[in-house]
Design a protein around this ligand. Structure first.
Ligand code: CAA
Length: 484
């Protein structure tokens, strides 16, 4: 799935090593503009003036603008003049490319090995004891995986967004609680700080998060503001040169262990709803944790009620413009939902792995149960739906990486992947029968963990609303990507 790379000039043509850190730097505005100015790839490929070459698995299109009739197309390297002809060399990714780039595979492998060695063997115990595995995040930080897609200059690993999604999938396959901790930390806190922060805010707040020195928490939800997030009541009232913030938030992932909170509060008390909300960056000192939530699953993650009691913050703590906080929250969730889709894919994959092995081993009526059509159909459905969810998720991640609108694609990925994960973890239990219902096998944990993916970062009902608005053109298209 090197699709996201393809619309850029390949590193080889620029004479640069093709490493993910450089890849981010190369995605400059100009290149995107260049792509947009060109005819659509389908047209170009049928254009007789266009010569195709294959280079390193990528399709190269050389567009030759003839300077004089009869001139032949000798092509060229990069843009510029070649003999009499102005030659422009573009790389069109095949619109669909299902191969991961070598660097993405490397990161995926790194996360997979770490998860298999350090997370998966402990996941049942953490679940049983409701233990938040703090050490794991320190070790993930050493590998750069607490800031996978954060540029190196800000303390991250400098990989692309899809690499980060691959990491979330692998972590969640081992333990979905670890997956959500990293997801909220990265896409709900570090990335919006990077996207909406001033230079000063970026260099102050992002590196400690990207290096995993402390965790981030996203504080939007309140007792009476869940799906209707715009109904939030936490107040930020002018005080001196800043604000005094007071309010209570609930279901805050990472709340107990977070060092940085991205918190949403109403700065305009006269305006109800989404407008009049602003985003603030708070420290752990500004926040008190009042409760640990007991949950159906995700027991290795922490979910808390928090209160902020008259915390005085200066203007340096306002993220983005005053009154634009809701848009920041929505743009953040556009990307965050892709992470939850990846989490759901990881959980479902884990359930499928167990069910498939079990079906081959378990005998009934003198045969392995995998020889019965009833079981074969279940496994076939699982494999197919996991594939479909994964493709939706990678597509949304690719769009986001390219800086293209991804609100609808992310909502579709989350909607399908989460419902698929709930359905298919249930099927995994069914294949294991009585064993599946016990703690002897992990599938009951996967089933409990999968359920939340249909709820947080926007319920399935909200995803359908977002998709419907988009496909029916009920709102202007959200170009969240430009801001995220
Ligand atoms: N990107 C940028 N801006 C956006 C946007 C987007 N995707 N969607 C909406 N906006 C902007 C709108 O342009 C509008 O801006 P203006 O006021 O300047 O015009 C503003 O946001 C309000 O938009 P809407 O009128 O669409 O707002 P709404 O009140 O109708 O609500 C909603 C829309 C989609 C229902 C939204 O409230 C929503 O997504 N709700 C679900 C909340 C949610 O997902 N919570 C998750 C909590 S965090 C979590 O779960 C983390 C965890 O622990 C894992």
């Amino acid at each position: 799935m090197a699709e996201h790379e393809g619309r850029r000039r390949p590193a080889a043509l620029d004479g640069e090593p093709n490493d993910p850190a450089r890849a981010r730097e190369r995605r400059v505005e100009g290149e995107r503009e260049l792509w947009r100015r060109q005819p659509r790839v389908e047209r170009a490929l049928h254009d007789p003036r266009v010569r195709r070459e294959q280079a390193g698995g990528r399709r190269i299109v050389v567009r030759v603008q003839r300077a004089a009739p009869g001139a032949d197309d000798r092509g060229g390297r990069g843009r510029g003049r070649s003999g009499d002809h102005r030659c422009e060399l573009y790389v069109y990714a095949s619109t669909v490319d299902f191969e991961l780039a070598p660097q993405q595979r490397e990161i995926q492998e790194l996360a997979r090995e770490f998860a298999a060695r350090e997370i998966e063997p402990n996941a049942a115990e953490w679940d049983r004891e409701h233990r938040f595995p703090r050490d794991v995040f320190a070790r993930l930080a050493e590998l750069g995986l607490m800031g996978t897609c954060i540029p190196e200059e800000y303390g991250g690993a400098g990989a692309d967004f899809l690499s980060y999604i691959l990491v979330l999938e692998e972590l969640s396959r081992a333990d979905a609680g670890v997956g959500v901790t990293v997801a909220v930390h990265t896409s709900a806190v570090t990335l919006p700080l990077l996207a909406f922060g001033t230079d000063e805010q970026r260099s102050r707040f992002v590196p400690p998060l990207a290096r995993g020195e402390h965790l981030g928490a996203f504080a939007l939800t309140e007792a009476e503001a869940g799906s209707d997030a715009g109904a939030l009541r936490t107040r930020a009232e002018p005080d001196g040169d800043g604000w005094r913030i007071t309010g209570a938030k609930q279901w805050i992932t990472n709340g107990r262990y977070a060092g940085t909170f991205l918190l949403f509060a109403r700065t305009d008390q006269e305006t109800p709803g989404a407008r009049g909300v602003s985003a603030f960056v708070l420290d752990a000192d500004h926040v008190s944790v009042t409760r640990d939530e007991e949950k159906l699953g995700l027991n290795s993650s922490t979910t808390n009620d928090i209160v902020v009691e008259g915390a005085l913050v200066g203007r340096d703590r306002l993220l983005g413009e005053e009154g634009h906080g809701f848009r920041i929250a929505m743009a953040t969730l556009d990307g965050g939902r892709i992470g939850i889709a990846a989490q759901a894919v990881g959980i479902a994959q884990a359930a499928y792995d167990v069910a498939r092995e079990y079906a081959k081993e378990r005998h009934a009526f003198g045969r392995p149960i995998s020889e019965f059509q009833a079981i074969q159909h279940k496994l076939a459905n699982m494999a197919t739906e996991i594939d479909a969810a994964r493709l939706l998720t990678y597509r949304a991640a690719t769009l986001r990486e390219r800086g293209e609108p991804h609100t609808e694609a992310g909502a579709k990925a989350k909607l399908f992947a989460s419902e698929m994960a709930r359905r298919q973890t249930g099927e995994a239990i069914q294949i294991l029968g009585g064993y599946g219902y016990t703690k002897e096998f992990p599938v009951e944990r996967y089933y409990r963990d999968a359920k939340i993916t249909e709820i947080y970062e926007g319920t399935s009902e909200i995803q359908r609303l977002v998709i419907a608005r988009s496909i029916l053109g009920l709102q202007e298209p959200r170009v969240a990507a430009r801001r995220a």
